[in-house]
Write a protein that binds this ligand. Structure first.
Ligand SMILES: [Zn+2]
Length: 74
């Protein structure tokens, strides 16, 4: 059984699964660590997705339940 895939045309305000508002952007690649990035990481606005990008990767992640949300393109 596979997880249902959640898609949204824009960053959702609340998690479609648990209702949390703690939705973070997933940042891919190896970022330049700056004070600003560190603040966003500390604040939970951004999570790091690692450097392995498949071309079909979730854009947002719920920090409460870990649900990954894909960007709906059509
Ligand atoms: Zn959630």
């Amino acid at each position: 059984m596979t997880q249902p895939r959640y898609e949204s045309p824009q960053q959702p305000h609340v998690c479609p699964k648990c209702g949390s508002t703690r939705i973070a952007d997933v940042l891919y690649g190896l970022p330049d660590f700056s004070d600003e990035l560190q603040q966003d990481l500390d604040a939970g606005k951004i999570v790091l997705g690692g450097c392995c990008v498949t071309g079909d990767d979730p854009v947002w992640r719920c920090r409460e339940c870990g649900l990954e949300i894909y960007k709906k393109t059509k």
